[in-house]
Design a protein. Structure first.
Length: 272
């Protein structure tokens, strides 16, 4: 790990807590996002993204910052890119449920090299450096052993399984107790910490997944895609994160949730 990357890691995690404290202290205005009334964007999302755009660019002057709000692609430039989800779990935030986070990942030459996910209500920060390990509040993240078999399936994936592969859904329900906390970035961090055995999502996008995926893989888990190999950041990731012994079995099982014409061979990702 280079001294420069270590310093950038320290600065990123400190920035997360400071920015969250500044922005969350103010009032929030809420607007519906989309036509179904099930998703929202708030003034907090927009204010956090604006702060990221300014402060992350200052941390690494040669970099660009791309966020979920107004996402138009990562572009083809070779310059380092920060991909951010300013508020992952906005619906929880609006409802007053204490499970939402900020996520940022630095992508260099197409691969994530540094990531942080800040659990806002708990003021805890998960982070990782590619090849340098995963951390919780600056201490090396050591996944704990647990007896409970807990898995997260996204609502879109459960709908796909119910329609295309009900037997697979039945097997998952018989094997795991299901949870969905409403923040994909935190799902992946909880898997990295050993709280969850498996996390799978159809509809998560790159800004939801990539920071937590780097943290999870640096903690020893496997992250990949049961659908299209290496999807673009703005596309549905069709992602799976679990322990190495479970990945291949469940990637193949979840691929059965896709219509036959759309079901490629599932792959372990070379990058989150």
């Amino acid at each position: 790990m280079s001294p420069r990357m270590s310093d950038l890691h320290i600065a990123l995690t400190a920035l997360m807590d400071r920015v969250a404290g500044d922005v969350l202290a103010g009032p929030a205005r809420v607007s519906e996002k989309g036509q179904d009334g099930l998703d929202f964007v708030t003034s907090v999302d927009l204010a956090l993204q604006a702060r990221f755009e300014t402060e992350l660019a200052a941390l690494l002057p040669s970099s660009r910052v791309v966020g979920e709000e107004g996402f138009a692609g990562l572009g083809a430039t070779q310059a380092p890119v920060w991909l951010v989800d300013p508020l992952d779990g906005t619906v929880n935030f609006v409802a007053g449920l204490p499970c939402y986070a900020m996520a940022a990942v630095l992508i260099r030459d197409g691969a994530p090299v540094l990531a942080a996910v800040h659990d806002i209500p708990n003021r805890s920060t998960y982070s990782a450096i590619a090849g340098g390990g995963a951390f919780l509040d600056g201490a090396a993240l050591r996944p704990r052993a647990h007896a409970a078999r807990l898995a997260v399936l996204s609502s879109g994936l459960m709908r796909d399984l119910a329609g295309q592969a009900p037997a697979v859904l039945g097997d998952l329900l018989a094997t795991f107790k299901l949870r969905n906390l409403g923040s994909q970035a935190l799902h992946l961090c909880h898997a990295a910490a050993g709280h969850l055995s498996l996390v799978a999502s159809r509809e998560a996008r790159g800004w939801d997944d990539m920071a937590g995926a780097l943290i999870a893989t640096e903690a020893g888990l496997v992250y990949g895609h049961y659908g299209a190999d290496d999807p673009e950041a703005g596309a549905e990731q069709m992602s799976l994160c679990t322990t190495p012994d479970l990945f291949d079995t469940y990637a193949a099982a979840l691929a059965r949730s896709l219509p036959p014409a759309d079901a490629p061979q599932p792959t372990r990702s070379t990058r989150p």
